[in-house]
Write a protein that binds this ligand. Structure first.
Ligand SMILES: Nc1ncnc2c1ncn2[C@@H]1O[C@H](COP(=O)(O)OP(=O)(O)OP(=O)(O)O)[C@@H](O)[C@H]1O
Length: 271
């Protein structure tokens, strides 16, 4: 089996869509949430960030999304600073819990970013309907969020994040609160969406099988201070299916991820 190697400046570098160079984030409390993180992501990749609680996964995503600013280092998204990328709506963001507006219907929730962005009014409804069809919820357009299950609400959040057609999607543990079967179904749906739309996804998870199933590469992170331990390529063929999870290669890669996580945990114990 291939051993994972520390890879602080992973490929690809030339045509990176997301470029993170030597980024550190120290909060005013003194917590080093991220130390010298470097990562290059090419257009079309599906990247998972995995690691124990507190290793800086959400911090890295928030830095990319310009929700916070790094203490040092540089971030570029399509050659732009995170602030420029945010202002030009270069990415969509899906949070851990669906953040839908209870008083708006499903369709109206998906239309919201289009209204905010000043997209011509005539386009709002057809575009939102197309997005709802992509996540299989076209029949629920007139429902309110509270009439839907948690998994369905999270699909609405994904449709909303896709509505203005960003090339890049940040997803922070979007399926963490769901039962295993719903989660596996949504994993499959997300992969289909990723293939059909050609988007680049950066996805936070705690689940090894989820990371292996979804990703083209897995970024293993370790805490105290938050660091990128290693980056593991996932060479499972596309398109993936439920059977992919039963293959020997799937288990080999899952073991590689588990070992990298344990190695990181060892550092934590020694401190
Ligand atoms: N605004 C903040 N102020 C101070 N410390 C913070 C802040 N946000 C995060 N931290 C700290 O930074 C570290 C990394 O947090 P972060 O939320 O990025 O971890 P995570 O890997 O996403 O964890 P989880 O898996 O539990 O969501 C933690 O020690 C956390 O307590």
């Amino acid at each position: 089996m291939t051993q994972s190697q520390p890879n602080p400046h992973p490929t690809p570098s030339a045509a990176s869509l997301v470029s993170v160079k030597d980024v550190s984030m120290v909060f005013p409390t003194g917590t080093v949430a991220l130390q010298n993180a470097s990562l290059e992501v090419a257009a079309g990749e599906f990247i998972s960030l995995i690691g124990p609680s507190g290793c800086g996964k959400t911090t890295l995503l928030r830095l990319l999304a310009d929700l916070i600013r790094p203490t040092s280092g540089s971030i570029r998204i399509g050659g732009k600073t995170p602030e420029e990328a945010r202002k030009s709506r270069a990415y969509g963001y899906v949070f851990q819990a669906p953040t839908l507006m209870e008083w708006r219907t499903v369709l109206q929730n998906v239309m919201l970013p289009l209204e905010v962005m000043g997209v011509p009014k005539a386009e709002h409804k057809p575009r939102a309907e197309r997005m709802l069809a992509l996540v299989g919820l076209e029949k629920f357009a007139r429902h309110y969020p509270w009439q839907l299950s948690g998994g369905m609400q999270q699909r609405v959040s994904i449709a909303r994040a896709l509505a203005f057609d960003p090339q890049l999607l940040f997803m922070d543990e979007p399926f963490g609160a769901l039962d295993e079967i719903t989660r596996e179904n949504l994993n499959l749906e997300l992969l289909r969406l990723w293939r059909e739309t050609g988007k680049t996804v950066i996805f936070v998870t705690h689940s090894i099988p989820e990371a292996v199933f979804l990703s083209t590469r897995i970024v293993v992170m370790t805490p105290r201070p938050g660091k990128i331990e290693t980056v593991i390529p996932v060479d499972l063929p596309q398109p993936r299916s439920f059977e992919t999870r039963e293959t020997t290669r799937f288990f080999e890669i899952a073991t590689q991820v588990r070992e990298a996580l344990r190695k990181g945990h060892g550092f934590e114990v020694q401190e």
